[in-house]
Design a binder for this molecule. Sequence first.
Ligand SMILES: NC(=O)c1ccc[n+]([C@@H]2O[C@H](COP(=O)([O-])OP(=O)(O)OC[C@H]3O[C@@H](n4cnc5c(N)ncnc54)[C@H](OP(=O)(O)O)[C@@H]3O)[C@@H](O)[C@H]2O)c1
Length: 337
Amino acid sequence: MKAFQLIKYKKEQPKYQLNDIEPQTLGSNDIFIKTSIAAVNPLDNLISHGELKLVVPYSLPQTMGNEFVGTIEKLGKKVTNFKVGDRVYARNPLNNIGAFAEKVVVDKDAIAKVPDYLTDQEAAAVPLTALTAMQALDLLNAQAGQTLFISGGTGSFGTMAIPIAVARGLKVITSGNGKKQAEVEKLGVSQFINYREEDYSEILSNVDLVIDTIGGKELEKEFKILKPEGKLVSLRAMPNKAFAKNMGMGSFKQILFGLAARKIEKMAQKKHQTYNFLFVTANGKQLEEASQILAKREIHPALGNIYSLEETEDALNDVAQRKSNGKVLIQISSDKN
Ligand SMILES: NC(=O)c1ccc[n+]([C@@H]2O[C@H](COP(=O)([O-])OP(=O)(O)OC[C@H]3O[C@@H](n4cnc5c(N)ncnc54)[C@H](OP(=O)(O)O)[C@@H]3O)[C@@H](O)[C@H]2O)c1
């Protein structure tokens, strides 16, 4: 099968190759899937630039790609809840990425059935961001009635996170691209702040929860608007000791991340606030729950440019250069949906 592989980590111009490789062997808990479409995320570039080596140390060559939709072709002996021909999707498990390939072999616990209302193209854009939203809200222990601020909620993550948070009874406020204001308001945002025109830290205060998608200097502002003892989870800033512990990392990495996030932890401590970092993991059950929430309101992710497997490097550059206004896709099998 054809697989798009990283062969050299590099900050500028990592080296890739489209290789002909054997699919993995099917374990008893695995599902063998013919990939229809994969989606490209900022995460894919972070991986090939070597920026996540401490979190996910892949040895090369590594087939790239973190989420996909496809059709089941074979089932492992112990798989009972799926059948051949099912249309399924997933965020790949961290130790088994490789969605940019004609076939994927993935543990059954990572997989969920695709809701009928989504086309394959739309479905490919759902798993990673929907799971991120579910896991961020769990990490925050978000409760109905609380106020949640999402920085940069006008992208792929926001499209999933806003309706999921609203379904959980949260009041959602977001900052983002002004051109997307009407879209996010339709998703249920109760207050929108155009980041190019206004400074939300001058407008908001006493927010219960924050999901940060920007990182860097933004954190100071986010802690400022967060109430005392409020909770912040970042998708973009520095992993901390609690994250390393949650991910089952050894004491060396726990100490390392503890030191790296020291400045942020200090910021949080001033008002007894909590800081956490999230790196989204595969979870079929959680994806099934998210799918039900999204299906109820027929939420459709925004789609960007579509590339072939041969053009995957261009797709990665498209995401890096922010050329598309929606999720960038790789059409892998020729059966269009
Ligand atoms: N840790 C994890 O597991 C995880 C999982 C999912 C996503 N993420 C991260 O979350 C971030 C967002 O992902 P995404 O897929 O939603 O990206 P995206 O589709 O590119 O959307 C980002 C959105 O944020 C807006 N934005 C940019 N700078 C901003 C600022 N200073 N203030 C407010 N809004 C701003 C952008 O508007 P413009 O069009 O004006 O640029 C865009 O609408 C990425 O950094 C991604 O790596 C992490």
